[in-house]
Design a protein around this ligand. Structure first.
Ligand code: ADP
Ligand code: MG
Length: 684
């Protein structure tokens, strides 16, 4: 009997060894060559000089010129990591942090997580040995809590500064402050577009280092009339390009995972129908929840004779550069988190992009050769309907999280914080009020003990409060599972087009009294009972990857709970305490049933609907709490539970008054009349 051999440990013949050595060498040479071909390569020495001579440097360079992957390596080679300090580089997006660090690890010939690593929320892939660390801007923001002077770093690069995410904007203020009392810390602000002057002014007129990019001309085409269905229009355009245009890869911008998957399905279907009439078309998706081995695929060279089409979110606009894109299809939309400071309502909506974004997108077609960009909107719309620039996040989203973090850093006077662009006053006030209502701040605006414990959790304040409330309601076990499941913002339920009925039946089997949060808990619990079986997920139409991630997130949350000394205890089946704990965090998200299956939010009387995916879609209880709102055709509540109105007085007595929660319809009438009168200008 022959001994079994694993594929990895087979002995190589001499010949094989030689071949693999030369292959490795060839690969290394290829990498070297690619590195040398990047526009930034010619500026290596002058860039290092500039960093040596200035504490703060603004770097501006075309997307794909090599800023993100090369600068940390240049500085490492120039000795900036000699004294054991790290080079940090922030990215607004998780995918970029992961993908870029993987690339740099390959270029340096090290294992990811050793000398080169990344750290994103709920996932730290670094070690003692790490000297080049990529991380999300949110992660660095959080690092300030444990290391307020960033002592472990010799260089900090705030990359993709033009994206102007909330965290990046706040980091500007924080790092500027630190640079003053840490003269040895080098600060680089790197940006793809024309904001360099603005950054320079903010950082006390720091010098600007420009890396001239090369850009080939891109022809821009518009549609003659607006497109009713841009996914359909995109697939048609892809196939047209594929059938009529010379080889070269296609990049399509869609708004999110769901759209990408829909587009992928339609495309596969149509390609199959066309059969062998066409050349090979490789369809590759990229979005933030895509597993990293699939993300890596977009960077693999297209086989000769074939064409690659990459279906991407905004991530491919500036964060990731995919080589050899010749054609860009731009439907003109992206998904945005929006916040209405008047109603305090936050929701995820699809909005038209800005002109600046549209131009960035088009630019992706001209990196290696002359390209073409197909805009699925009219020239008129481009000119008249698109804003010039995207509004920075800080001016349009809920600041609760940011304010809690700043307070935890001991920054009390937020009005005078050094913002590049200050947030609207009312948004700041609303965030303070919200934190006060949650019990995180006292009436002087100072952090309470509860607030300090809340700040330990890398989740938004409402979720943090729900976690802390689970201590009181003795359901921390259930709540931590629910948090983990809610934090996996990929889909849990799998719904393949050809098995919709089976999938929906499987899903209904998880329903349990109380609502969607409890369904999520139920799914996790059953899965855990099978000892995390893959087969079980498969049989029940549950996405194994999402579950695995939920398990990781759960483990980390449990660790953090131990840090703030919350024991993990279970209610063993009673859902009331669980729902009360959720309400203690999300009492802002309450709606009451009104006419025609519609709901009205309690405080602002906004119309909202239960999302059709919710198990309460057919039930419609009187009082509900929602996890989030998504706007598609209407404002939909996603993840909904049934609550009792009197709980609100118990968990948020300083926010709700009994009068607001009165249930009788009779009593509502005079108020409505009063309002109607007021609207008509009638004075009582
Ligand atoms: P910039 O930050 O200036 O936009 P990058 O440093 O991100 O530029 O990109 C430089 C080059 O590195 C590009 O040609 C890009 O294709 C390549 N690259 C980046 N990430 C990867 C990856 N994960 N795999 C393969 N190539 C990559
Ligand atoms: Mg970059």
């Amino acid at each position: 009997i022959q001994a079994l051999r694993m594929p990895g440990d087979k002995e190589m013949t001499m010949k094989e060894k030689e071949r693999s050595v030369s292959e490795a060498q060839k690969k290394k040479m290829d990498i070297e060559e690619t590195r040398r071909s990047l526009p930034i390569y010619h500026y290596k020495e002058s860039l290092v000089d500039a960093v040596q001579n200035h504490q703060v440097l603004i770097i501006e360079g075309e997307t794909g010129s090599g800023k993100t992957t090369q600068i940390p390596q240049y500085l490492h080679e120039a000795g900036f990591t000699k004294d054991g300090k790290k080079i940090g580089c922030t990215q607004p997006r998780r995918v970029a942090a992961m993908s870029v660090s993987a690339r740099v690890a390959v270029e340096m010939g090290v294992k990811l997580g050793n000398e080169v690593g990344y750290s994103i929320r709920f996932e730290d892939c670094t070690s003692e040995r790490t000297i080049i660390k990529y991380m999300t801007d949110g992660t660095l923001h959080r690092e300030f809590l444990s290391e307020p002077d960033l002592q472990g770093y010799s260089v900090m690069i705030i990359d993709e500064a033009h994206e102007r995410t909330l965290h990046t904007d706040i980091l500007f203020g924080l790092v500027k402050d630190i640079a003053r009392f840490r003269p040895d810390l080098k600060l680089l602000i790197s940006s793809a577009t024309l904001d360099a002057e603005k950054f320079s002014t903010f950082f006390d007129n720091a010098p600007i280092f420009r890396i001239p990019g090369r850009r080939f001309p891109v022809d821009i085409y518009y549609t003659k009339a607006p497109e009713a269905d841009y996914i359909d229009a995109a697939t048609v355009s892809i196939l047209q390009i594929h059938a009529t245009q010379p080889l070269g890869d296609i990049l399509v911008f869609l708004t999110g995972q769901e759209e990408i998957e829909t587009c992928q399905e339609i495309l596969q279907e149509r390609v199959k129908r066309l059969g062998s009439k066409l050349k090979e078309l490789l369809i590759l998706p990229v979005y933030s929840n895509l597993p990293s081995e699939m993300q890596a695929k977009i960077f693999e060279p297209t086989p000769p004779g074939a064409r690659k089409v990459v279906l991407a979110t905004n991530i491919a606009e500036t964060s990731l550069t995919i080589d050899n894109i010749i054609y860009v299809i731009d439907p003109g939309f992206c998904k945005q988190n929006n916040f209405n400071s008047r109603t305090g309502m936050e929701s995820l909506i699809v909005v038209p992009i800005s002109k600046a974004s549209a131009n960035q997108r088009a630019g992706r077609a001209g990196r290696v050769a002359a390209g073409k960009c197909f805009r699925l909107y009219t020239a008129w719309a481009f000119k008249h309907e698109l804003e010039d620039n995207t509004v920075p996040e800080i001016q349009r989203i809920n600041l609760g999280n940011a304010v809690l973090m700043l307070k935890a850093l001991g920054i009390n006077d937020l009005v005078h914080f050094d913002f590049l662009d200050p947030p609207p006053h009312e948004t700041l006030v609303l965030a303070l009020e919200q934190l006060y209502a949650l019990g995180a701040l006292n009436h002087h605006g100072e952090l309470t003990k509860l607030g300090r414990r809340m700040a330990e959790f890398p989740v938004d304040p409402m979720m943090a409060k729900m976690i802390l409330a689970s201590e009181k309601y003795k359901c921390s076990d259930e709540i931590v599972t629910i948090c983990a499941m809610l934090s996996v913002n990929g889909a849990i339920f799998y719904r393949p087009k050809d098995k919709i009925i089976h999938a929906d039946t499987a899903r209904k089997n998880f329903n349990c009294p109380g609502g969607d949060h409890l369904v999520l808990h139920n799914v996790y619990k059953q899965w855990a009972d099978t000892e995390f079986s893959t087969q079980w997920c498969y049989e029940n139409f549950i996405q194994y990857r999402s579950m695995k991630r939920a398990r990781d997130v759960r483990e980390q949350l449990v660790g953090l709970m131990q840090r703030v000394e919350i024991d993990i205890v279970s209610t063993d089946g009673d859902t009331v305490p669980i729902r009360k704990a959720i309400t203690a965090g999300y009492f802002y998200h309450i709606a009451r049933l009104s006419k025609g299956g519609q709901y009205k939010t309690v405080k602002h009387n906004q119309t909202v609907m239960v999302h059709p995916n919710s198990m309460l879609f057919e039930d419609l209880p009187r009082w509900v709490l929602y996890h989030e709102l998504v706007f598609t055709t209407k404002e939909f509540m996603r993840q909904v539970i049934e609550i009792e109105s009197k709980w609100l007085l118990e968990v948020a007595p300083h926010y709700y008054k009994a009068r607001e929660l009165e249930d009788s319809t009779n009593k509502k009438m005079p108020k409505l009349l009063g309002k109607a009168k007021a609207e008509l200008g009638v004075v009582n």
